[in-house]
Write a protein that binds this ligand. Structure first.
Ligand code: GDP
Ligand code: MN
Length: 389
């Protein structure tokens, strides 16, 4: 799960990483109250799970209550790359001397952790990678060895941080590594990591992704109000126990089992289409699970066709078919559904579908033909390619 900035900073603070004092505000009045408690100047910051808030106008300095009011009014409700701002973080403003970048993440291909530090912070790091890859100093970290203060000192020096910032940045990176490992994060990123005019090194932004599989050993994660920042679709999927990941395409996908769901996503791209999501109904491919899955996909405005790919092993196909039929009664599904069902009780399932839901549902016998049909319906250029399965 991705944390928003203030949650990330609260996570950092537990590990002793310096952050600025601040307060959450859900309304303009709360923003003004928070600012007067913190003292001016403050920064009014949109809390959405997407970068580039500054450029989009979601980060504003305010010198007075009137300015806080003006900025909070403008930012609350603002749409930043598809994320509507519902919450603000009011933070005591920092006097910045320099902006840097620092992160730890997992380098899956190297099977090691990767630290990245750059003296070019505050800007989009992808852009730095493109324009000037040498501006980023990298260090692979073996999880068994961990990091030392010396290694971090060397890294920040290699990255070209200013002399004044070296000790503070190295110490902060040691803490950040602990936060990343003990905090079970997949990513901790600070952009910008700043050197203040007082010579202190501090995290001015926070991007933290927690490893959901470690939730069992972090009862405190329950407090992180993640639900409030999920989209309606993600919230619904989560509450129904569906494993749902939105993607950028137009073909909505429902499959049972992560493997089958991934193959379905692959097959859609293989025939020239794009998947709108990954959705694994898992062991919930029964009536209620199928209805919920269709409801979730139906909430996605970019979906132009739905591809349902179910293999009935433990779950019986007739139950799946009944689920689809009942979902059609329950919700007004806007897109056409292409259905590929196989496995236990498939004959009965086909009968149910042809009797009760024929015009909304197109049945196909193979994964490939189903993918082609769905891509065609989604309006992608002529589908081709693929291997018959
Ligand atoms: P992002 O645009 O979503 O990455 O949001 P950030 O939290 O990184 O803020 C964007 C930029 O706003 C930073 O790079 C800073 O230049 C500026 N900014 C944020 N907080 C402060 C602050 O306390 N003081 C000053 N002077 N600038 C700030
Ligand atoms: Mn940032």
């Amino acid at each position: 799960m991705d944390l928003v900035e203030y949650q990330g900073k609260q996570y950092f603070a537990r590990y002793g990483i310096a952050v600025s004092p601040g307060q959450v505000a859900n309304t303009v009045a709360e923003a003004e109250a928070a600012a007067s408690r913190l003292g001016y100047p403050v920064v009014v910051k949109a809390q959405v799970q997407v970068g580039g808030r500054g450029k989009a106008g979601g980060i504003k300095l305010a010198d007075s209550s009137a300015e806080v009011k003006e900025h909070a009014t403008a930012i609350l409700g603002m749409n930043i790359k598809g994320h509507v701002v519902r919450r603000l973080w009011i933070e005591k403003a920092t006097d910045i001397a320099k902006e840097y970048y620092a992160s730890f993440t997992l380098d899956r291909s190297a099977k090691l952790h990767l630290a990245m530090v750059s003296a070019r912070g505050g800007v989009d790091i992808e852009q730095v990678v493109e324009e000037d890859p040498d501006a980023i100093a990298r260090l692979h970290v073996n999880p068994i060895d961990g990091v030392t203060l010396e290694a971090m000192r060397d890294l920040v020096e290699r990255a070209g941080l200013d002399e004044q910032a070296l000790d503070g940045a190295a110490e902060l990176l040691v803490k950040l590594y602990r936060c990343y490992i003990e905090g079970d994060a997949d990513l901790v990123e600070i952009n910008p990591l700043v050197l203040t005019t007082d010579g202190e090194v501090r995290a001015l932004d926070a991007k933290v992704t927690l490893d959901d599989d470690a939730a069992f050993r972090h009862p405190e994660w329950a407090e992180i109000e993640n639900m409030s920042v999920l989209t309606e679709r993600e919230r619904l999927a989560k509450s129904k126990g569906l494993s749902y990941i939105p993607l950028e395409g137009t073909v909505g996908i429902i499959a049972n089992g992560a493997g089958l769901a991934m193959s379905t996503v692959d097959m859609v791209s293989q025939v020239g289409g794009t998947a709108a999501n990954f959705l694994d109904v898992g062991g919930n491919a029964d009536e209620d699970g199928m209805a919920s899955a269709l409801e979730v996909i139906n909430l996605d405005p970019s979906v132009k066709a739905i591809l349902v790919n179910i293999f009935g092993g433990i779950v019986r196909c007739d139950e799946v078919a009944r689920g689809i039929v009942s979902a059609l009664d329950r919700v007004d599904i806007t897109s056409q559904i292409v259905l590929r069902l196989d496995g236990t009780n498939v004959a009965e399932a086909r009968k149910i579908i042809s009797e009760r839901a024929s015009e909304k549902i197109i049945s196909e016998l193979t994964m490939l033909s189903a993918a082609r049909r769905a891509v065609e319906l989604a309006g992608a250029p002529k589908p081709q390619g693929g291997t018959e399965l």
